[in-house]
Design a protein around this ligand. Sequence first.
Ligand SMILES: Cc1cc2nc3c(=O)[nH]c(=O)nc-3n(C[C@H](O)[C@H](O)[C@H](O)COP(=O)(O)O)c2cc1C
Length: 197
Amino acid sequence: MSKSQNLGAPDSFALFFKRKSIRNYADTFVEREKIMKIMEAVRWSPSAQNSQPWEFLIIDDQERKKDTVDHCGLNTNRSILNSAPVLIIGLANSKSSVKMHGIDYYLIDFAIAMEHLILAAAALDLGTCWMAWYNEKKLKKFLNIPEKMRIVAISPLGYPKNKKTFLDFVSSKIVAKSGKRKKIEKFLFFNEYGRTD
Ligand SMILES: Cc1cc2nc3c(=O)[nH]c(=O)nc-3n(C[C@H](O)[C@H](O)[C@H](O)COP(=O)(O)O)c2cc1C
């Protein structure tokens, strides 16, 4: 096989570096058209046997959003969620999971769809922050979500506000460890596990 001289470096790579977790939002309405465009990107996510086990509940009615956040449980995510105009509840259908060698793929399929969502939002200059800290039982009851559906992620959605809040600082520096990344050599091997040459 000949070595490719052209790495391509498509512009779309910029999106991977642009996306970051946003924990403070501007008080600006998010257009439904943009939400639909994001969902078009979600629609084309890959999934095991094309099972597409994801569903998303978008809460953009402000009263409803406030009540929903009140059912998230007591944690530091609440004020972040309150600052955003839209709340996304990410659901995965445990009853339509492909199972192989002990792995329940519905959670993985959901995660891929959620990443499509997050990247599509970034492409449209919208911020998100994947959150796993919430009270699933309380939220499911309040939102009337069927038993078979798991809430796998929630995220605020909105236009980022540049000014950082104290909580934003604490979350990103302490909880999220400053967003630092492992070096590639720590997770990439060639030809044999552990070989980096
Ligand atoms: C499964 C998952 C759960 C997360 N839960 C939370 C959370 O509850 N609260 C929060 O502020 N950030 C949460 N994050 C965001 C991570 O802290 C963040 O992605 C990571 O620190 C890297 O920073 P970056 O997204 O800005 O690149 C979560 C991310 C993932 C993928």
